[in-house]
Design a protein around this ligand. Structure first.
Ligand code: NAD
Length: 324
């Protein structure tokens, strides 16, 4: 087999790197994500092994004259210009299954913290206070969880909801009846979901259709006792309308892992609400997700150069992508 030049631009687990190094026909090169364009190895690379910090732009593709394959060890793919990779005939694959457990776990963590006011309780004790009226929490059992986007993560979240004895309703116009049945979720419209849910969590991809799908008119009708959680993509919620809703106390609680602009600006008005839980895009930031994504990415790389096989190619072959 002829030599293949593999350029790795981010951190991968030691075990997965040693798997790559064991392939005698691979020659490995490394650079930091922000050095990709200036790397002398880009022009000879047959494959790029990347994560979300590496932007795949026209400039990169123009320099990467031998490129056949890009593997991103992520579920999201906003960092890759997929129109161009298609035009240039470069195969792109991602690792969408590796993160689902961590992202679903974070969603549940945020909900549990909201329900029992864990962040406020922790702050209170550090400030020298003991149990007080404003720390009164609530039970989740019997309360309705509204899931927006019943894909990999949404489905896993529905399992977790069942463990808490929470009925699930979901809005996903692209999912099959089988998926709804598997998740024991009742299919509802987006408007119904907003009105009926005690907990609303978003698990949709970044598309023109999901752009600001939660805007002022939706906040007008949202259930006034709802907890709102977004661990998907920041653009799903219009932040101006969200801040207005917080000021008007139109929602009971809010937890965000993703934002319209990341990193979150130091002067973001979201920081003015102490009861709001904010995390810095850590949905996939666990040791396990890191290892799984590294391993899955490397197996895909090796297999591609053995027999040309592909799995989880991008752009995704999903009805919501084709419908755009
Ligand atoms: P997925 O593709 O498996 O599922 C997405 C679901 O959304 C699909 O069922 C699809 O039919 C549905 N959908 C698409 N357009 C919709 C619309 N307009 N309205 C309602 N539903 C719609 O994706 P996934 O792996 O479950 O990931 C979900 C989201 O979570 C993605 O945006 C991903 O980037 C994000 N994510 C975030 C983190 C994090 O660090 N916070 C980690 C992993 C994934």
């Amino acid at each position: 087999m002829s030599a293949k030049h593999i350029l790795i631009t981010d951190r991968f687990s030691t075990e997965s790197l040693s798997l790559v190094q064991r392939q005698s026909h691979f020659q490995i090169y490394k650079c930091n994500p922000d050095q990709l364009l200036s790397s002398g190895d880009l022009a000879k690379a047959h494959a790029l092994l990347i994560r979300s910090r590496t932007q795949i732009t026209q400039e990169v593709l123009e320099k990467a004259k031998n490129l056949q394959l890009i593997i991103t060890a992520t579920s999201g793919f906003d960092h890759i210009d997929l129109e161009l990779t298609q035009k240039w005939g470069v195969t792109v694959m991602h690792t969408p299954d590796a993160n689902k457990e961590s992202a679903a776990q974070l969603t549940l963590t945020l909900l549990l913290c909201l329900a029992q006011k864990v962040n406020l309780a922790s702050k209170a004790i550090r400030a020298g206070h003991w149990r007080q009226e404003d720390l009164l929490g609530m039970e989740l059992s019997g309360r309705t969880w509204g899931i927006v986007g019943l894909g990999r993560i949404g489905a896993r979240v529905s399992d977790l909801a069942k463990a808490f004895n929470m009925p699930v309703i979901a809005y996903d116009p692209y999912q099959t009846e089988e998926q709804f049945e598997k998740c024991s979720a009742k299919r509802v419209s987006f408007e119904e979901l907003l009105k009926l849910s005690d907990v609303i969590s978003f698990h949709v991809p970044k598309t023109p259709e999901t752009f600001r799908m939660l805007h002022r008119p939706q906040f007008e009708i949202i259930h006034r006792e709802a907890f709102l959680i977004n661990t998907s993509r920041g653009h799903v919620i219009d932040e101006e309308s969200l801040i207005h809703a917080l000021e008007k106390k139109w929602i009971k609680g809010l937890a965000l892992d993703v934002y319209e602009k990341e990193p979150l600006a130091r002067n973001s008005r979201l920081l003015n609400f102490p009861e709001v839980i904010l995390t810095p895009h850590i949905g996939a930031f666990t040791e396990d997700a890191f290892y799984k994504a590294s391993h899955e990415a490397v197996l895909k790389l090796i297999q591609f150069f053995i027999d040309g096989s592909t799995k989880d190619t991008l752009p995704p072959r999903a009805p919501w992508y084709g419908a755009l």
